[in-house]
Design a protein around this ligand. Structure first.
Ligand SMILES: Cc1cc2nc3c(=O)[nH]c(=O)nc-3n(C[C@H](O)[C@H](O)[C@H](O)COP(=O)(O)OP(=O)(O)OC[C@H]3O[C@@H](n4cnc5c(N)ncnc54)[C@H](O)[C@@H]3O)c2cc1C
Length: 273
């Protein structure tokens, strides 16, 4: 089962299916009305329509259920099934694997460590992709999630601007603006519904690295307090998973980034192939 929210759910489902998985369904939390508006908005972006059609072809026979979210996963040693909710309807589906992700969160750790300003969760940049730090440019998902074409356009602008060729950069502004529309559509369509804040119960593990349950977090005052009192966010992922979750569930903001920003295996550094 693939569940959560965002354009990557069908992409992941298609990937799994191509690898031989029997995908029982895709559960998308966004409502039908928003998805319909999103689909109509794609008319001005033919490239995206072709991508969507390509995915749909690969997913023939896989139900795509809107306004639907997983509310419990079952099994002891291994997953055996998932309980789903759509409005007032609650039902159980057998499955042995659940891929669950609620939309996308930009990685801003490196720019944050370089002192670049962050606004609304993304790196703040000007028209030339220049950050608040002189001489540091940023492009791609760190400046907002918008897909491949937007990242490429931003990267070219940043490259030209960094090399002092502002005129060449300006020539790509229109292309970037077109793809930025897609980014706005993504954010509107897949914005998380407030009901999702009711998903965790006291026993739900929010910080998987340190096994911290929601019960231990809900009475903390801030991310810092939670770290001090419960070790939330202090395991190998350093809050990359539970940080955005607590931000959504409890309204906290992570207050610092420390190196290394990602745990990396020595093997990856010595043998990148
Ligand atoms: C499964 C999947 C399917 C997708 N399908 C589509 C699609 O059909 N259409 C579409 O438009 N978009 C799609 N996307 C999204 C698309 O891949 C991204 O929008 C695009 O790759 C973003 O480019 P980027 O340069 O910002 O980030 P990335 O391509 O992710 O590149 C970032 C690079 O930085 C490296 N990095 C990160 N942090 C560090 C660090 N601390 N130190 C060193 N290196 C670091 C990473 O290893 C990575 O190589 C898909 C994404 C996924 C995951």
């Amino acid at each position: 089962m693939v569940a959560g929210s965002g354009p990557l759910l069908p992409a992941v489902a298609a990937y799994l299916k191509n690898k031989g998985a029997d995908v029982v369904l895709i559960a998308e939390q966004a409502p039908f009305s928003r998805l319909l508006k999103f689909g109509l908005g794609l008319i001005s972006l033919p490239g995206k329509i072709f991508q969507a059609i390509g995915l749909q072809r690969q997913l023939v026979g896989v139900p795509y259920i809107k306004s639907c979210r997983p509310i419990a996963a079952h099994g002891e040693e291994k997953l055996t099934g998932v309980t789903l909710r759509q409005g007032e309807k609650i039902w159980h589906v057998d499955c042995d694997y659940l891929a669950c992700g609620f939309h996308l969160v930009p990685n801003t750790e490196l720019p944050e460590m370089l002192g670049c300003a962050i606004e609304n969760g993304v790196v703040k940049v000007d028209h030339y992709q220049q950050t608040s730090q002189s001489g540091i440019f940023c492009a791609g998902e760190s400046t907002g999630i918008g897909g491949l074409e937007l990242s490429l356009a931003e990267g070219r602008i940043a490259g030209f601007a960094a090399a002092g060729n502002q005129d060449a950069a300006i020539n790509i502004f229109a292309e970037r603006d077109k793809h930025k529309r897609f980014a706005r559509m993504l954010n509107e369509t897949f914005a998380l519904r407030d009901e999702l804040k009711l998903l965790p119960d006291d026993g739900t593990i929010v910080c998987r690295c340190e096994d911290v349950t929601f019960a231990r977090l809900k009475n903390q005052r801030s991310w810092r307090d939670a770290k001090l009192q419960t070790r939330c966010g202090m395991g190998p992922c350093q809050g990359r998973i539970c940080g955005p979750a607590t931000e959504f569930l409890l309204g906290w903001g992570m207050d610092s980034v420390r190196p290394p920003v990602f745990a990396a295996r020595v093997e990856s550094l010595t043998n990148p192939e």
